[in-house]
Every structure is written in C-alpha cells, then in structure tokens.
Design a protein around this ligand. Structure first.
Ligand code: ZN
Length: 285
C-alpha cells in the first residue's frame, strides 16, 4: 500500500492515481495525513478491504510529506562506513550520532529550496522510516512491526552552520526551510522483496553523486528502532532519517556544494524520487 499527502489531504496511491481517504471512507478516517498513524492498524485493515474508486490524476508538485507534522524527527549520522570515512570519522561502535531536523523544514517531494547566504549546502539521500505503532524498548526482531512505511528523504545540510562553534550544530545546520523533503509517498514494508536492501541514488544536474544500498547501513532500520526505543519511546507518525551513503559534497575532492539553479534528484528503489531546485535566498534587508 502507498499513501500520500495530496494538497494536505490523505490519499491512497493506486497505480498512478490518488484516492481520497476521507471521502472514500465516508468520514471514518480524517483527511489529515499525520492523524492516520494514530490508527494505523485500523486504517490498514480498512484499506485492504475497501472497494476503492478509480481515483484522480495528480501532479507530484502538489504532494506534501506523507508525515508532515511528526512529534519527533530523529536523524542518524555516520551510518554507512564509506560516508563515515569520507567525513573523517571512525564508524561509531555504539549508537550512532542522533540529531533532529526541526519540523518546519519538512516538505513534500518536489520543491524549490532557498540556499542560506554564505553557506555550503550539501546533499544526503536517505531512506526515511515512519513509525506506525508506538515503539517502547522493542527488540530488533519485532521492530519492523512498528514501521508504517518507508519513503525517500533528503537530509539537506548547510555545512558551515552544521560544523561551526565548539560543538557541531547538526540540528540547526540541517533545519533551514525546505531542508527535509520526504516522499513522494509512503510505501508499506510488505511491498518490498527485502525492505532491508534498497538502492539509494542522488544526482546533481543529472550527474550521479551518491549510490548506495541500505543493506550497508551500520545500524539497520530494525537496529535503529530497537536502539532508539531503548532510550525514548518512538510515537506513531514519528520520522526517522536513517543516514546517508558516501558521495556528499563535503567529502569530495575538491568539495562541491549546491548553487542557485542546481537540480537535485534523489531516488530510493521501490519508492520513487524527490526533486529539489535551488535558488539564492535574498539577504535580510
Ligand atoms: Zn544525514
């Protein structure tokens, strides 16, 4: 099953068409895409049994994040060995670094993003998992049962802000407006042959800059759910950015960062693509 946020309304994606959930369920489920995760099991059962209408054609520009307002967004650093190496860090032995992307940065899959003036804005294609059932100290073997689905994500990162100061500012440097595109929709784990082995790719102006597979995650999705939920409960609708493989601009020689006019396309196998174009942000008057 695929669900999406079309112009702020929860829809099921059937083929290439969108079926409005509130209308089709005669009001049983609300149009609010974020609210569905509170009743995820009930919603899944309804969607599996419902006789769905044909749906409507739509433009991906009108899609929002399938989880537009999570109570918590947890993002993982240094979760692929090749990326940890290019960043100049040892791969962490215990839990990897965890930071947040503040919720105002979350967007849909097709957007225009303003570049912070004086910054070095970089790309990080990532698999995103959305929590479908509260996870409180769950064992790894049960972790997938707590995942509603998977989406593509971009952990866009402004490196000057991220790395300034006595302690790195990961959360701020990664939370400028539009820095957390998610989508194009949420795909339930049962739709994949192996949800633990998906190819991630990212291209700038058509040139491939990142290519990896989630089987190479140091901490897999189940390991992250288990490890994080041992510290704090993960709530329905929470968003988990799982980390990026090698090939970010910071790790290149010479380094490369996004410029006005650049187009970034990020793809996760079996899910779909994100498309960001970058513009200069006017300086403060
Ligand atoms: Zn990241």
């Amino acid at each position: 099953m695929r669900i999406a946020n079309l112009s702020g309304r929860l829809v099921l994606i059937v083929g290439d068409r969108a079926v409005d959930v509130e209308e089709t369920s005669a009001g049983r489920f609300s149009a609010d895409p974020q609210a569905v995760y509170e009743r995820w099991e009930e919603f899944r059962a309804w969607a599996a049994a419902a006789k769905l209408p044909g749906g409507d054609a739509f433009d991906p520009v009108d899609l929002g994040s399938p989880a537009p307002a999570p109570r918590q967004t947890l993002a993982i650093g240094l979760n692929y060995r090749d990326h940890a190496a290019e960043s100049g860090f040892e791969a962490p032995a215990g839990l990897p670094p965890v930071f947040t992307k503040f919720a105002t940065g979350i967007s849909g899959p097709v957007t225009e993003v303003a570049l912070p003036p004086g910054g070095h804005t970089d790309w990080e294609v990532e698999l995103v998992a959305v929590v479908g059932r509260r996870a409180d100290n769950v064992p790894r073997a049960a972790a997938w049962d707590h995942v509603a689905g998977l989406a593509a994500g971009q952990d866009i990162s402004e490196r000057v802000a991220q790395l300034a100061g006595p302690a790195p500012q990961f959360s701020l440097g990664k939370s400028f407006p539009g820095f957390a595109p998610i989508g194009p929709w949420l795909v339930t784990p049962d739709e994949f042959d192996d949800p633990d082995d998906l190819e991630l790719r990212c291209a700038v102006n058509g040139e491939e800059v990142q290519k990896g597979r989630t089987r190479d995650l140091i901490h897999s999705v189940p390991a992250l759910i288990a490890g994080l939920s041992a510290v704090l409960p993960l709530l329905p609708g929470d968003v988990l950015f799982t980390g990026t493989p090698a090939g970010v601009g910071l790790g290149r020689d010479p380094q490369r960062f996004l410029a006005p006019g650049d187009e970034l396309v990020s793809t996760v196998e079996g899910i779909g693509e994100l498309r960001q174009t970058f513009v200069a942000r006017p300086t403060r008057p």
